[in-house]
Write a protein that binds this ligand. Structure first.
Ligand code: GTP
Ligand code: MG
Length: 171
């Protein structure tokens, strides 16, 4: 078992390609109300959690709610892929604006394994190329998370490490 220390007042970015297990991890370790997922916000604004054309509106709404939570001093977890730097930099800026610590938890699972999971899922229909692109984006920036401003960076590699991890909130 690996305990991941996470400051009780922080903005946690889950980072990982589709199928890496972000939503599952969020469900296991955090309260439903602490987790803001891009899928849920796409559904809220567009009736379809996979509608990528709704992403801008969905993230706008998500960041608004995250800001309200952080202003009230509530731990907030963002469940989105966050494989691109610009997606993460928004979160770092939001955390800074509210004087809370940005935390990155990376779920780094081999692309092959994510793909075989994705193929089983009724709620995902994108092609292999999408996953390959996400994987490339993630690889490119994985080492730079500290420099981007994340104060705590936890990287979980492989299914065993992901399944064995627990979160320890620090006062
Ligand atoms: P996107 O929302 O598409 O970005 O994916 P995600 O990262 O949220 O993955 P999700 O948590 O939905 O998991 C994808 C699939 O992998 C699901 O069918 C899960 O049942 C399975 N899965 C997720 N985490 C684990 C895990 O820790 N162990 C095992 N065995 N399966 C997992
Ligand atoms: Mg998910």
């Amino acid at each position: 078992m690996t305990e991941l220390p996470v400051p009780a007042l922080s903005l946690v970015a889950l980072i990982g390609i589709s199928g890496a297990g972000k939503s599952t991890f969020a469900r296991r370790h955090f309260l439903p109300s602490q987790v803001l997922s891009s899928d849920a916000f796409r559904a809220m604004v567009a009736d379809d959690e996979t509608d990528q054309s709704a992403s801008a509106a969905a993230f706008d709404a998500l960041h608004y709610v995250a800001g309200k939570r952080l202003a009230a001093g509530r731990l907030t977890v963002i469940d989105a892929t966050h494989v691109q730097e610009h997606a993460r930099s928004t979160l770092v800026a939001l955390a800074r604006a509210h004087d809370v610590l940005p935390v990155a938890i990376v779920l780094d699972l081999p692309e092959e394994e994510c793909w075989s999971r994705t193929e089983q899922r009724p709620d995902r229909s994108f092609g292999r190329g999408v996953l390959a692109r996400q994987s490339r984006d993630l690889r490119r920036t994985l080492k730079r998370l500290n420099r981007e401003g994340f104060r705590t960076v936890h990287v979980l590699r492989g299914r065993d490490e992901i399944e064995a991890a627990t979160i320890r909130l620090q006062p």
